[in-house]
Design a protein around this ligand. Structure first.
Ligand SMILES: NC(=O)c1ccc[n+]([C@@H]2O[C@H](COP(=O)([O-])OP(=O)(O)OC[C@H]3O[C@@H](n4cnc5c(N)ncnc54)[C@H](O)[C@@H]3O)[C@@H](O)[C@H]2O)c1
Length: 260
């Protein structure tokens, strides 16, 4: 059994663009899809991080292009999409993973802290979905757009997550609307809602607040946090023919967190 032998779950030969691909989920997904034969647009705001991901892919024999952009800027995102089209073709798989957290108790949260998180997590995801959806639809390309949302969109989180939870809830609403608008145009749109995973984002948060880890584990019935590689199966499912009738849905990857 090779990595690409089952056509139902194949991403071989697909063109992919992933935001936030310089770290965490985005990098893990970029490596996993490239390993399975996809050509990957590695988009990140941090040039060095994006270049590292690209180098990891190409040194293993895969295909990737580095794209440096702040996803908050629709023109820069559009330029990235055009760069991918020029190099590999119209994207067929899109993963909007770029995201940030800026925690603050609600009554102390500044308008800047609120806005920063909404701008990246919601507006940035929208910019990528709009640019790639447009490219797919105007070229009659079948595609799958996947938003990395969060269980924060589904259950309340303590500890100053008003901005984060609101941004992710809005991503679910956006995802459902695009799924319906594009349902007959060959573009499926879904979200993956992870619980706490051990990515650099969460490792930094635990470093800042060491009790955080016990809290995370206590809320996850499996009794442990996710490891970044554990997101890959859900991505392959939503990206491939295996989910050809699936659109407008949230796939929860949470060790039971939201089942409680
Ligand atoms: N790690 C978790 O436990 C967890 C849980 C639920 C949801 N998520 C979501 O998963 C996604 C990825 O998170 P992660 O844990 O991999 O974080 P991470 O910090 O490891 O990676 C995020 C990447 O996004 C990039 N980025 C940030 N702002 C950007 C911008 N404006 N434009 C382009 N790139 C930008 C960063 O440079 C970084 O490389 C986020 O949307 C996050 O909200 C994470």
């Amino acid at each position: 059994m090779t990595l690409t032998s089952d056509p139902l779950f194949s991403v071989d030969g697909k063109v992919v663009i992933i935001s936030g691909a310089g770290s965490g989920f985005g990098r893990t997904i970029a490596l996993a899809l490239a390993e399975r034969g996809a050509s990957v647009g590695v988009l990140d705001i941090t040039q060095k991080a994006a270049e590292e991901t690209t180098a990891l892919i190409t040194s293993a024999g895969g295909r990737a292009i580095t794209l440096v952009a702040d996803t908050r800027d629709p023109e820069l995102v559009e330029k990235c999409v055009q760069d991918v089209i020029a190099k590999f073709g119209v994207p067929q798989i899109v993963v909007a993973s770029a995201g940030i957290g800026r925690r603050s108790p609600a009554i102390e949260m500044t308008s800047q802290t609120w806005q920063d998180v909404i701008d990246v997590n919601l507006n940035g995801a929208w910019n990528l979905a709009q640019a790639t959806g447009r490219a797919m639809i105007t070229t009659n390309t079948q595609g799958s757009i996947i938003f990395i949302s969060s269980i924060a969109a589904l259950v309340g989180l303590p500890n100053g997550n008003a901005n984060y939870s609101a941004s992710k809830g809005a991503v679910h609403a956006l995802m459902r609307t695009l799924a319906i608008e594009w349902a007959t145009k060959g573009v499926r749109v879904n979200a993956i809602a992870p619980t706490h995973f051990r990515t650099p984002l969460i490792v930094a948060s635990i470093k800042e607040n060491p009790e955080g880890e016990a809290f995370f584990k206590a809320n996850i019935p499996m009794g442990r946090m996710g490891e970044p590689e554990e997101i890959v199966g859900s991505i392959i499912y939503l990206a491939s023919q295996a989910s050809s009738m699936v659109t407008g849905t949230v796939l929860v990857v949470d060790g039971g967190h939201t089942a409680r």
